[in-house]
Design a protein around this ligand. Sequence first.
Ligand SMILES: [Zn+2]
Ligand SMILES: [Zn+2]
Length: 133
Amino acid sequence: MDKKIGVCYKCRNMYNNAINEFFCPNCEPEMTEKIEAINKYTEAHTDVTIEEIAQEFEMEQELVKKLQSKRIIKIHCKMCGEIIQAGVLCDKCKAKAIVKLSSIKYEKQPLPEVKAKMHFVNSDKKHGRLSGE
Ligand SMILES: [Zn+2]
Ligand SMILES: [Zn+2]
């Protein structure tokens, strides 16, 4: 009794998913062909969006996202080209982008308090040296 019942990603019919994890036997040949074509397309156009894929290949955006999260449809990071499971950037590039943004913000801020403190520390040091000699 290890028959597995799955719901087809495409037509949402129930089927025995022992052979194919995602599509029923009716949809499987068509979808396999489509996914192959999509992966060729995303490899050639790494900056393609889910909306564009859905339009180009006549698929629902939700289905594209679902298949992306299972790494069946391969969508690439916009910055480094790594395959990602959601969004437009991989985790590494996301972290880099955040650092870049926050460093820009930091540079724009004037730093009068820090300068004043440094001056104080400097004169203190000189004073300390003098009294030490
Ligand atoms: Zn189906
Ligand atoms: Zn990346």
